[in-house]
Design a protein around this ligand. Structure first.
Ligand SMILES: CC(C)(COP(=O)(O)OP(=O)(O)OC[C@H]1O[C@@H](n2cnc3c(N)ncnc32)[C@H](O)[C@@H]1OP(=O)(O)O)[C@@H](O)C(=O)NCCC(=O)NCCS
Length: 156
C-alpha cells in the first residue's frame, strides 16, 4: 500500500534537504538554510510521505516596498510528486496561517519563470520585468493580495 501524503506545518530544518535538492543543487547544503528560518514569525509547511519530505514552502515576514508583507521562499516539490496538488496544498495552508497572524494580507515572492503558471493558478500576479538571479535563473516578482479571513480559516 502506498503511504499517504501528509501536508502539515513543519520546522525549517525538516525542509533543508529538499530545498537543497530541488532549488540549490550543486551548491553547499547551507544554501538551503535561510537566515529567518528560526524566527518565531516564520511559517513553514511540508509534505511528507512515509516520513520523507517531498514538498516544502516557507513564509517569512518581509516588507514589500514598506508595506507589511509575508515573503514566500523555498517553494519546492520533489520531481516525482509534481502535479498532484502538493504545491497548492502547501500554499493554501500557509495562506491561512499568514492571515491568522493578523499581520498582513499581502504576499510576495521572487518566482522562477518556469513556476509562473503555478503561481498564476494560485491567484498570484506578475509585477516586475523578468530579471536574472545568478545560480537560479530568470525570475519575476509576483504578489498576491489575499481575501480577508474567512470562517474556513478557523477550521484548519
Ligand atoms: C512549482 C512547483 C512547486 C509546483 O508544485 P506542484 O505540486 O507540482 O503543483 P500543483 O500540483 O499543486 O499544481 C497546482 C496547479 O498549478 C499549475 N501548474 C503547476 N505546475 C505547472 C506547470 N509546470 N505548468 C503549468 N501549470 C502548472 C496547474 O494549474 C496546477 O493544477 P492542475 O495540475 O490541476 O492543472 C513545482 O513544479 C516545483 O517544485 N518546481 C521546481 C522548483 C521551483 O521552480 N519552485 C518555485 C521556485 S519560485
Amino acid at each position: 500500500m502506498t503511504d499517504p501524503i501528509i501536508i502539515r506545518l513543519a520546522r525549517g530544518e525538516e525542509l533543508v534537504d529538499l530545498r537543497h535538492k530541488v532549488l540549490r543543487a550543486g551548491l553547499p547544503r547551507e544554501e538551503g538554510i535561510f537566515p529567518a528560518d528560526d524566527l518565531p514569525t516564520t511559517l513553514h509547511a511540508g509534505a511528507f510521505v512515509g516520513g520523507r519530505n517531498v514538498g516544502c514552502a516557507t513564509m517569512m515576514r518581509e516588507a514589500y516596498h514598506g508595506r507589511p508583507a509575508y515573503r514566500l521562499r523555498g517553494m519546492a516539490v520533489d520531481r516525482d510528486f509534481h502535479r498532484r496538488g502538493i504545491g497548492k496544498q502547501l500554499l493554501d495552508l500557509l495562506e491561512v496561517r499568514v492571515r491568522q497572524t493578523g499581520h498582513t494580507n499581502f504576499l510576495w515572492c521572487n518566482a522562477r519563470t518556469p513556476a509562473v503558471p503555478f503561481y498564476k493558478s494560485m491567484g498570484w500576479r506578475i509585477v516586475s520585468e523578468e530579471f536574472d538571479i545568478p545560480t537560479a535563473g530568470p525570475h519575476f516578482v509576483m504578489i498576491k493580495e489575499m481575501e480577508p479571513r474567512t470562517s474556513a480559516d478557523t477550521r484548519r
